[in-house]
Write a protein that binds this ligand. Structure first.
Ligand SMILES: [Zn+2]
Length: 719
């Protein structure tokens, strides 16, 4: 095989020249097995800038091709991999060429790998070590400008390893130096970074407000509108309604630095409101860029506290630092209300009026809803259970019926003639705002006029013989005239639209709402879904907090907030409790009547037990025990009444006779329970005595007492 090398190395002047730069022992490393396989030349410049500027390096990389030929590879067997031009070597991901190279090496297709410097092959040590390892396994040589390496040779391999490590270190120091310089400047607030529209650098690199009055006023109007509406979206809508455009500065291209005017979009408003430069503050490190495992670079906006550098009051601004912070707070709040994952759901059929509109006042999340069927009706419960899903205790929940009722009462109250009168007055004020907007639009027309004039001048100045230039300028002039006409027409159209005065007819239509709305709202034929739709036209959302009472913050469309307080609904067991007045009544009645009799009396008086049912003897017994009232028996005993046994003893007769005498009206007795057990009045001085042969009926002293028994259910009030 050494013959082949010699033949090749002697085959031309070019090869000879290369040979001299090659260290001699290199030759010995190339064997026939290497030459049987292909040579791979890997060409790379990491950034597009390098590709454009550093063509010399690329030339040198391609020149390596000649050295492969010098080593014995025929021209057609030298494969050039250059699809990674413009990619960074910091990682293997996304570098198709490098991956192909690794693939070819591991499949044993490569006899030699060529690169300008090894650092050019891979700047990530891990990638590089892997390549060296693969080269060793497949017996592949590596060649760079400094020499030829055999990966199975310990010394060569050590050298390759060092080169890889050094190149990675080089990259690191390069970055550190760059970043260190940046940070130092940033710490002093002197780092020149692109300014948002409305701010510019002057000759001495100080930040100034843009001298372009129109741009300045547009930015001012944005902040003013947000101050008034409190919502970024409302700000966008205002600009759209008024047909106002917003400037954007071009950062690249031939027209770099110029302002272009276009429609204002929500993301722009948010960017501007979040940008501390408008408050005159300098900031650095608001974002962090990370490379993800899939090779994608993602930039993340850091939380306020994690910004690297923030220096308030560094330069002039459009708003104060305090207002900037207030704006951020308002944006955060509305983000809670409109967060993507808890967006309002569309109205559904269920009766819960505030479905999707209720926000938990404790954690700020949207509350969900649950229906219960109770006593044949469907009742909503509002629950905040977002945290509960993650096994945290449930935030708060409350029955919805009263909340719904309170909100609908509020709506009906809102639609009164007085409040509509106020609304009309507000409309009048809006009129004055429209005047301001019109002034801005007039400026737009003036600008268009100025541009048209400029185009005309340019056209007139050109030599008419210079046809090509003249044509272009004429076209430009025409375009400028067209946009002037557009601006004028647009201004006129919006002016007409704005100038819709509130005449008497409109006024009477608006006032009619105050009677129509309650009619429709209360109509039983109106479906729950329609009622909810109406509600959403008037109410933005409702924030609720339940403590000892329920507090509702109803945010109405248009920005006003109404606060309602409701007594917190009692737990359900409390609604079953018998009212204290009834308990008192039972206490009184037990002096005279048995429990069964008391129940009958209460039922006749139309009173209900706690759960709503009628009273029974045992309910009275249960209530008596619960409220620790004295029983009928105890009361009679306290009053000195005697039992049958005692009575028998006193009268020296047997118990049967006592009962008989009682029945016959010789003794006065009282029912002590509903089983017919009586207690007796102690006999006085003229106690009845046994008289043989005299009919009991003739000896009656009291009206006969009819004992009420369970079976008869008869009530006898006078015993
Ligand atoms: Zn909550």
């Amino acid at each position: 095989m050494s013959e082949t090398i010699e033949r090749n190395s002697l085959s031309g002047g070019m090869v000879r020249e290369c040979e001299t730069t090659l260290s001699n022992p290199g030759h010995a490393k190339v064997t026939a097995t290497h030459l049987k396989r292909d040579a791979f030349l890997y060409v790379r410049q990491s950034t597009l800038h390098q590709v454009l500027q550093n063509t010399e390096s690329t030339q040198r990389q391609y020149a390596l091709q000649q050295r492969a030929i010098a080593l014995g590879w025929p021209m057609e067997r030298v494969q050039v991999i250059d699809c990674d031009l413009g990619h960074s070597g910091a990682s293997m991901l996304d570098r198709e060429g490098f991956q192909r190279l690794v693939g070819e090496v591991s499949l044993g297709h490569a006899g030699i790998v060529l690169g300008l410097e090894v650092s050019r092959l891979a700047r990530n040590s891990a990638d590089w070590q892997r390549l060296v390892e693969l080269c060793a396994l497949t017996d592949t040589l590596i060649l760079d400008e400094d020499g030829l390496y055999d990966c199975n040779d310990f010394n060569d391999r050590l050298l390759l390893g060092l080169k890889g490590t050094l190149s990675e270190a080089e990259l690191h120091f390069l970055r550190a130096r760059l970043r260190g310089g940046l940070l130092n400047k940033a710490r002093r607030g002197e780092l020149v970074s692109p300014l948002p529209v409305g701010l510019i650098y002057d000759e001495s690199q100080h930040v100034r407000l843009d001298p372009d009055q129109q741009a300045q006023q547009a930015v001012r109007l944005l902040f003013e509108t947000f101050r008034r509406t409190g919502a970024a979206h409302a700000t966008v809508m205002h600009f759209q309604r008024e047909g106002l455009r917003f400037p954007r500065r071009l950062h690249t291209g031939a027209r770099k630095g110029e302002l272009v005017w276009g429609e204002l979009c929500l993301s722009r408003v948010l960017q501007i409101l979040h940008n501390p430069r408008y408050a005159g503050a300098f900031s650095f490190g608001r974002t962090r860029t990370r490379t993800w495992p899939d090779g994608e670079k993602r930039t993340q906006l850091l939380p306020f506290e994690d910004w690297l550098i923030l220096i308030p009051n560094m330069h002039v601004g459009y708003i104060s630092w305090e207002e900037y912070q207030e704006n951020r707070r308002r944006l955060r709040e509305s983000a809670q209300a409109y967060g993507v994952d808890r967006r309002k759901s569309p109205p559904r059929e269920g009766p819960a009026l505030l479905q999707g509109l209720l926000i938990c006042g404790v954690c700020g999340l949207r509350m969900s809803l649950r229906y219960h069927v109770r006593r044949g009706g469907v009742f909503p419960d509002y629950i905040c259970q977002r945290a509960h899903i993650n096994r945290a205790p449930r935030c708060q929940h409350m029955p919805g019926q009263e909340i719904d009722a309170a909100v609908s009462r509020l709506l009906l109250e809102t639609m009164t003639p007085i409040s509509l009168e106020v609304a009309l007055a507000v409309q009048q004020e809006i009129q004055t705002r429209q005047d301001e907007a019109e002034a801005l639009r007039t400026q737009q027309v003036t600008r268009a006029q100025y541009e048209a004039d400029l185009a005309a001048q340019r056209y007139r100045r050109v030599d008419p013989n210079n046809r090509l230039v003249a044509c272009t300028l004429e076209a430009e002039w025409n375009a400028a005239l067209r946009s002037l006409q557009d601006a004028q027409q647009e201004n006129e159209r919006l002016r007409q639209q704005d100038r819709l005065p509130i005449d008497d007819q409109v006024r009477s239509q608006v006032m009619a709402l105050s009677t129509d709305f309650p009619k429709v709202w209360n109509d039983p034929h109106t479906t729950d879904r329609d009622r909810k739709r109406m509600l959403r036209l008037l109410v933005e959302d409702v924030t609720v907090i339940k403590t000892l009472e329920i507090t509702l913050q109803v945010r109405l469309r248009g920005g006003t907030t109404q606060t309602l307080t409701l007594p917190a609904a009692r737990p359900i067991w409390q609604t079953w409790v018998t009212p204290p007045e009834v308990v008192q009544m039972i206490d009184g009645l037990l002096n005279e009547y048995t429990e069964e009799q008391v129940a009958t009396i209460l039922n006749e008086r139309g009173l209900h037990a706690g759960k709503g049912g009628s009273f029974r003897g045992y309910t009275i017994g249960a209530l008596r025990r619960t409220y620790k009232l004295k029983s009928r028996y105890e009361r009679l005993r306290e009053a000195g009444m005697l039992t049958v046994e005692e009575m028998a003893k006193v009268l020296a007769i047997n118990e049967k006779t006592v009962k008989k005498w009682h029945k016959a009206g010789l003794l006065r007795g009282y029912l002590s329970n509903d089983k017919g057990v009586c207690l007796f009045e102690p006999p006085g001085s003229d106690s009845p005595a046994k008289i043989q042969g005299q009919k009991l009926a003739k000896r009656r002293r009291f009206p006969a007492s009819k004992i009420m028994l369970e079976t008869t259910k008869e009530v006898q009030y006078e015993s």
